[in-house]
Design a protein around this ligand. Structure first.
Ligand code: UDP
Length: 483
């Protein structure tokens, strides 16, 4: 009898979510997965063996997702041995030849063998091969671009920029020249704000350029595109993207939207949930608890970026000479020096920093940025970090290195006006000046603009807000696709 009742129920839509095996991508896609689980879908989160092991080891992930009976983690190979260090430029070096063929085959097998069958795939926008597999097995696919809409639009436009002769760049004196061929960005996008591969004279031969342009253009051939932003943050660029892909869902910032929906559904906030691939050092929160409000600058450069020993020393002296206390994250193996010198210098600086700062290997970033003691964020402008700073209204100092970070830092400083862009320099005097500007001399100006931006962004994820309504539309459209 019970079986009969169950079988007479309509089957829940089954969505498979497939992120690129990198921290920033997993972070936002797992949040989208949870939001769709809250909406009542059956979810399969397809992760690499390597990352899933770490997610389980460093987070209470299984216990958290038990509350969603239809939620399942499945794992596949990323093509590399489990003990591969996955550091430096591992991803770019290995993606096309080693990772892509193995992941493509595994995805095909998961989809063919899935029971109940998958109704809709949501794949990372950089996993273009998922479109070929989806077509082969006849399942609708939506791409999720985890980087910023501005960078998506710049990547899309690169062939046009080259065609009109605005690229390549003619040497360093040319770096401040405006690029006029990216619709919507004509007044602020300079050569130096383009992704770093655009700085090469032989840009047309750049493997990375070809990869991102191809993946971006492929993303627009799918049934729809999801972006981790709000209409209020990126409206003009979203309008441009919609001229190429009419079904664009701006549902972010996802971590804030998840907070709203978890509160409504389970009466709790996300404070205790993390999706980290490194062991978090929570001791920094106890240190922050002892600091006055808005007195500390948080300094962290994400999960991939590395720096030279010399850059770390410049940065550290700038911080030390400023009038502000700092919380600095130095990921293991992220400082490059000869014969282990990188690691030695971190130990030395830690020792000397004691009364001015606190250094950890990996921080609970969202909790840190929401802590009242934090008054600024010195960041590389990865898209997750940028959004995590916008939501609590923390002004930024931007030190971008690659990928979408150069355009993000331009938007933060020039369009949103909630920070300063230190792009292309790392000099202790400039670090000191920028920290003093954001934390002391121009503190109120930046605090005001950042808090106004935070207000509209937070409204977008509340009931009736743009991102909240866009997520409802996405859910409804997936239901229709699954009929
Ligand atoms: N992160 C963290 N602790 C740290 C540094 C980073 O939890 O000490 C998280 C951060 O909250 C963000 C992610 O790692 O969600 C980094 O993603 P982002 O897109 O900012 O940069 P990427 O790592 O992709 O360069």
């Amino acid at each position: 009898m019970e079986e009969q009742d169950r079988s007479s129920q309509p089957r829940l839509p089954h969505v498979l979510i497939f992120p690129l095996p990198i921290q920033g991508h997993i972070n936002s896609m797992i949040k989208l997965a949870e939001l769709l689980a809250i909406a009542g879908f059956k979810l399969t989160f397809l992760n690499s063996h390597h990352n899933h092991e770490r997610l389980v080891k460093f987070n209470n992930i299984a216990a958290h997702f038990e509350r969603y009976p239809g939620f399942e983690f499945k794992t596949i190979t990323d093509g590399l041995p489990l003990d591969h260090p996955r550091s430096g430029s591992w991803f770019l070096d290995m993606f096309e030849d080693t990772m892509e063929p193995k992941m493509k085959q595994s995805l095909r097998e998961v989809l063919v063998n899935s029971s109940p069958p998958v109704d809709c795939i949501i794949a990372d926008g950089l996993l273009g091969f998922a479109l070929d597999v989806a077509k082969e097995v006849g399942i609708p696919i939506i791409f999720f671009c985890t980087s910023s809409p501005c960078s998506f639009w710049v990547y899309y436009s690169i062939p046009d920029i080259i065609q009109v002769g605005e690229l390549p760049i003619n040497g360093t004196e040319d770096m401040d020249r405006l690029i006029t061929t990216v619709p919507g960005m004509e007044t602020y996008l300079r050569c130096r704000d383009l992704p770093t591969f655009c700085r090469k004279l032989d840009i047309e031969d750049s493997i990375y350029m070809k990869l991102v342009v191809e993946q971006t253009r492929k993303s627009l051939q799918t049934d729809a595109l999801i972006l981790n932003t709000a209409e209020e943050l990126d409206g003009p660029i979203l309008s441009q993207i919609r001229t190429k892909c009419p079904r664009v869902y701006a549902v972010g910032p996802l971590h804030a939207q998840l907070n709203t929906r978890l509160n409504a559904k389970h009466g709790e906030s996300r404070d205790h949930i993390s999706n980290t691939l490194w062991e978090v050092d929570k001791s920094c929160i106890f240190w922050l608890n002892k600091q006055p409000n808005r007195s500390v600058i948080y300094v962290s450069f994400g999960s991939i970026m590395s720096m030279s020993r010399e850059q770390l020393v410049e940065l550290w002296y700038g911080l030390l000479n400023s009038k502000t206390k700092f919380l600095l994250v130095v990921r293991p193996n992220s400082v490059i020096g000869k014969d282990g010198e990188g690691e030695d210098v971190v130990m030395e600086l830690m020792e000397k920093s004691k009364d001015r700062g606190y250094i950890v290997n990996w921080a609970p970033q969202e909790a840190v940025l929401n802590h009242p003691a934090i008054g600024g964020f010195f960041t590389h402008n990865g898209w997750n970090s940028t959004l995590e700073s916008v939501v609590p209204g923390v002004p930024m100092i931007c030190w971008p290195q690659f990928a979408d970070q150069h355009v993000n830092s331009r938007v933060v400083s020039e369009v949103w006006k909630i920070g300063l862009d230190m792009k292309d320099v790392c000099d202790s005097k400039i670090v000191e000046k920028m920290v003093n500007d954001v934390m002391v001399d121009r503190k109120e100006e930046f605090a005001k603009s950042a808090s106004e931006m935070a207000k509209v962004t937070n409204q977008s994820v509340n009931v009736g807000g743009s991102s909240y309504s866009n997520l409802d539309c996405l859910v409804e459209d997936i239901r229709i696709m699954s009929l």
